[in-house]
Design a protein. Structure first.
Length: 280
């Protein structure tokens, strides 16, 4: 399915054998490795910290499911920390990362480990695969159509949206509409069903995906409609990041395909935990 810059910095952290993160004065080596699938569209960023006994402990990871993002990341990271793996190895890495994400979400743990590559990742962070899913984000990390993440119901909403029967692929033109973004834009009817599907799940991770797609990415949709005259109602931060929620249309004109702003998503779980989850 479905960027934005930060300052490069590296903080010093230590991971005790119990898994509790403590800030310390010493720097223990943090190892970041990017595992890219050979002839595939998936990549996993693995972040490990050395332990007292000389081993390594997985502390964080990120899932990439779109070739455009992967190729851009490869331009920003050293080639010697990139390893190529086959499909079976990639699937195992995806599941390992997903299990860590779900464990952390259930325990409401947000890792504080910082790496030298945070600046690069933050360019695309809202488009990475959402924790506990395989279809929610730009592209997917699934083995096949039937492969779903642990948050299966939410993932099904994303999978259905990914397979919308009317869409405009990134940088392509359809109905005389040019998609200037690298990710796919769907018909408004598909986006509306996606919005409704997430809302009905009544789960914090469904609401998080809804907030990311509709409120943060604010991905436009398209439909055949009377000409837009002007916006009657806006939502967002004035002059900075606004979307139109209600349009005035020219009903005397001829219908044509046009882009429309994303419908604002207001979920049922407006908890402090959700805010932390979205900002992580």
């Amino acid at each position: 399915m479905w960027t934005t810059t930060a300052i490069l910095f590296l903080s010093a952290f230590l991971v005790a054998e119990s898994g509790i993160f403590d800030i310390v004065d010493k720097v223990l080596p943090i190892t970041t490795t990017f595992y890219r699938e050979k002839n595939g569209h998936r990549m996993v960023e693995i972040i490990e910290v050395n332990t007292y006994i000389g081993g390594k402990k997985l502390v964080d990871c990120y899932l990439y499911g779109h070739l455009y993002i992967i190729d851009k990341m490869m331009e920003l990271v050293p080639s010697d920390i990139v390893k190529y793996v086959n499909k079976k190895e990639m699937s195992k890495l995806v599941n390992t990362c997903s299990n860590l994400h779900v464990k952390n979400l259930r325990e409401e743990v947000f890792n504080i480990i910082k790496t030298p590559f945070d600046f690069a990742r933050k360019l695309f962070k809202s488009l990475l695969i959402f924790p506990g899913t395989k279809w929610c984000g730009a592209g997917d990390v699934a083995d096949d159509y039937d492969d779903l993440g642990i948050y299966e119901k939410t993932d099904k909403c994303c999978r259905t949206h990914d397979h919308c029967n009317d869409s405009i692929v990134g940088f392509e033109t359809k109905y005389d509409l040019k998609n200037k973004d690298f990710y796919t834009k769907s018909s408004c009817s598909c986006d509306l069903r996606f919005h409704s599907c997430l809302y009905k799940k009544e789960a914090i991770h469904s609401d998080a995906v809804g907030h990311l797609f509709f409120n943060i990415l604010q991905t436009q949709c398209f439909k055949d409609e009377y000409p837009i005259v002007k916006c009657l109602k806006k939502w967002g931060i004035p002059l900075i990041r606004e979307t139109c929620q209600k349009y005035k249309l020219d009903y005397n004109g001829t219908k044509k395909y046009q882009f429309f702003d994303a419908k604002m998503y207001k979920g049922k779980n407006e908890s402090p935990f959700l805010k932390k989850l979205l900002s992580h």
